[in-house]
Ligand binder design. Structure first.
Ligand SMILES: NC(=O)c1ccc[n+]([C@@H]2O[C@H](COP(=O)([O-])OP(=O)(O)OC[C@H]3O[C@@H](n4cnc5c(N)ncnc54)[C@H](O)[C@@H]3O)[C@@H](O)[C@H]2O)c1
Length: 289
């Protein structure tokens, strides 16, 4: 996609972090922007900021866990702006700890947002984009955690692997249609956002959180929090994503460390050697280069 001016972007998880930065970048590109999030206040302040800069923005309270809520988002965006050209399925939450000790609410919350949020986005938007017949692009936010595996973060890592596989599947499916609709997988490394404080927006219906019981889990959690805090400024992600959109690139990375992160695992799978835990595994999830 080359032309963004006066086109419409819809962004889930727009109130904070990467989504907020993507919204700023869309406005910078001259797009009309539909913000979607459960955090109404976060959207309000962003909407004010962008409107003051002359952007055309609407906010829609949306819970990506609910298909009907995402369907409402499609309708509201169309009513406000007409055809839709860019969809960012970006909302996400994170939690860690031993896999077998996470509560059912822990597992279901992460999967409902990170995985079913993307499924709902695809089911609600892709038929509309195909029907429109115009050039359009979907970006699913996965993670470096969708391409490598480490300890103490399995609900997140497994949900992100699912997003990567789903996005690749849909890429093939769109090719069979020869539709002017494309899709990319955004796989960020550590970005300094609110993701390590996802508990701030945990819904009441998933409130049963399992505590981090052991010193090792807490140590990892601390390392993750510090690593994300020291991550890339989210403002750097917007230009990277738009560069990829202009080149029609499927894989969108933010960190140049993929070889160290992905190759050892790929080698172990191909050669049939057992996964080997080293502290670098965790560092590779977090370091910038
Ligand atoms: N920050 C990182 O280091 C990093 C790395 C890789 C991938 N990611 C991914 O980037 C995406 C954005 O996260 P972020 O880092 O900006 O975190 P963030 O916490 O700053 O933003 C996430 C946003 O998603 C929203 N959200 C949560 N549940 C929702 C729901 N049910 N419906 C609608 N909105 C909901 C939150 O309110 C919040 O505004 C996520 O998918 C995350 O997994 C982040």
């Amino acid at each position: 996609m080359q032309d963004f001016k006066n086109k419409t972007a819809v962004i889930t998880g727009a109130a904070s972090g990467i989504g907020r930065a993507l919204a700023r970048q869309c406005a910078e590109e001259g797009m009309k922007v539909a913000l979607a999030d459960i955090d109404e206040k976060g959207m309000e302040s962003l909407s004010r900021e962008l409107t003051e800069k002359g952007a055309v923005v609407e906010s829609f309270v949306t819970d990506v866990r609910e298909f009907s809520s995402v369907e409402d988002l499609v309708r509201s965006s169309q009513d406000a702006f007409g055809d839709i050209h860019l969809v960012f399925n970006n909302a996400g939450v994170m939690l860690g700890g031993y896999a077998w000790e996470r509560s059912e609410d822990d597992w279901r919350w992460v999967f409902d947002v990170n995985f079913f949020g993307v499924v709902n986005g695809l089911r609600a938007f892709v038929p509309v984009l195909i029907e429109q017949g115009e050039e359009a692009h979907v970006v699913n936010t996965a993670s470096i955690g969708g391409l490598m595996v480490g300890p103490f973060l399995s609900p997140y890592i497994v949900s992100k692997h699912a997003v990567v596989a789903l996005t690749e599947s849909v890429y093939y499916e769109l090719q069979t249609l020869e539709a002017p609709v494309n899709i990319s997988a955004l796989c960020p490394g550590a970005i300094s956002t609110g993701i390590v404080d996802s508990e701030r927006i945990r819904p009441e219906d998933r409130s049963n959180k399992a505590p981090l019981g052991s010193p090792l889990e807490r140590e990892f959690d601390h390392m993750l929090t510090e690593g994300v805090k020291e991550g890339l400024d989210p403002g750097e992600v917007g230009p990277m994503v738009f560069a990829a959109l202009r080149e029609n690139r499927f894989w969108i990375y933010t960190h140049p460390m993929m070889e160290e992160s992905i190759l050892p695992r790929a080698r172990s799978i191909i050669e049939g050697t057992n996964p080997l835990y080293t502290p670098e595994l965790t560092e590779n999830l977090l370091t910038e280069e």
